[in-house]
Design a protein around this ligand. Structure first.
Ligand SMILES: [Zn+2]
Length: 397
């Protein structure tokens, strides 16, 4: 009985997760056929005693709390669609719709080689895949004393690039917070508690039950690597300041997940990836600052702002007074980066095709190449005007 309940809840969350970036809300619960089928294919490695412990902990959680965690969170999950897609496809929560079999997705797949469907069921049931993102979105509100990467391996590159980006672009960037997202928050009771309360509006008692459950899951499955598994932090995002009572004003921020940087470092792009991903997110802050998002929504609007962020990024990365990277090297990385699986061409979160994204980046590089000869950096306003004029041509790609 308990097992059936768990499975149903998991399926409900699978559905909620698949729609997390779309506007419609959902309460639909399917019959659980997919999860049942997956469970049949792989077996659990959990001992009976551990399984009973987890089931007992799960049974303590009030139904109302389960409904909240499986439903829409109080706050919109910040995920770039292509990052969400790669996580979901790798976990087989969604069918692949296009050929996105890149080195980075293969690497992530390998990291999940020792996972079975019991584990997937638990992490989906608890929304553990989203907890590090929500924690960073709501509570990481200072750049001070931050460390990037599980052992601080990206700290120096990111801190330098962030300082550089603030100097490079003439926008109001003083108050942007740069902060990390570490999967190890999944072993930190206080962080788990505060995140369930803030993101899912749980009361103290329910949040405590969930915290017990999550801590026991991480403890039961070494495959989760104490939370330090890239699947939990395969994400990076830019967020504009917003008021979130009773927590107050959440500042402008950029969050860089350990997992996404690990993926590109593992396949040989550790020299470019952290700065390139950061420069793209910084590009979104240029858009916030110059109010470039406008009222438009839908796939065309998102494509415009995403291609623009790619262009800002390439301009900074290749500019002699920016990161001054070799364009060929940047291009090699972008070739992998732009192919990680955004095939939802009609989705509101669509970024443009990989070819369009590369065209936008290449154009940004060419502007930088010309500007170098003139020895100056275009203002964000000038660069944006040029981009807007170029956009129809980029879309022909
Ligand atoms: Zn973006």
């Amino acid at each position: 009985m308990k097992k059936t309940k768990l499975l149903t809840a998991a399926v409900a969350i699978v559905i909620a997760f698949s729609l997390s970036c779309k506007k419609e809300s959902t309460t639909t619960v399917s019959n659980g056929a997919d999860m049942g089928e997956m469970s049949a294919k792989k077996s659990s490695t959990l001992t009976l005693a551990m399984q009973q412990k987890l089931e007992t902990l799960y049974a303590k959680i009030p139904a109302a709390a389960k409904a909240k965690v499986s439903g829409q969170a109080k706050i919109k999950l910040q995920l770039h669609p292509e990052y969400r897609d790669i996580v979901r496809k790798t976990l087989k929560l969604e069918e692949a719709t296009c050929d996105d079999n890149t080195a980075s997705s293969q690497w992530l797949d390998q990291q999940l080689a020792d996972w079975n469907n019991t584990i997937i069921n638990y992490v989906v049931t608890t929304a553990m895949l989203d907890l590090p993102t929500y924690d960073a979105l709501i509570f990481e509100n200072s750049s001070a004393n931050q460390s990037f990467g599980s052992s601080g391996q990206y700290s120096q590159k990111l801190t330098k690039a962030f300082k550089d980006l603030k100097r490079f672009w003439n926008i109001n960037s003083e108050n942007i917070v740069l902060a990390p997202m570490h999967g190890t928050m999944l072993t930190n009771r206080d962080r788990i508690l505060r995140t369930y309360k803030a993101a899912f509006d749980l009361d103290d008692a329910s949040a405590n039950y969930y915290a017990d459950f999550v801590l026991a899951i991480v403890d039961a499955f070494p495959q989760l690597r104490g939370g330090d598994h890239p699947i939990f932090t395969f994400n990076a995002f830019a967020q504009s300041s917003f008021n979130f009572p009773p927590y107050g004003v959440i500042p402008d921020k950029i969050i860089m997940g350990d997992g996404i940087m690990d993926a590109f470092a593992a396949i040989g792009y550790g020299d470019v990836a952290p700065q390139a991903i950061l420069a793209h997110e910084f590009g979104h802050h240029i858009q916030f600052d110059l109010n470039l998002f406008g009222d438009a929504s839908g796939p065309e609007a998102t494509r415009r702002t995403e291609l623009m962020a790619d262009a800002y990024s390439a301009y900074y990365l290749s500019h002699a007074r920016g990161a001054s990277m070799q364009w060929k090297r940047v291009q090699l990385f972008l070739n992998v980066f732009f192919n990680i699986g955004d095939c939802s061409f009609t989705s509101d979160g669509h970024h443009g095709t990989p070819t369009q994204r590369m065209a936008a980046a290449k154009w940004g590089y060419e502007v930088a190449d010309a500007a170098q000869k003139q020895g100056h950096i275009l203002t964000a306003q000038e660069f944006t005007s040029r981009f807007e004029a170029q956009l129809p041509t980029l879309l022909l790609q």
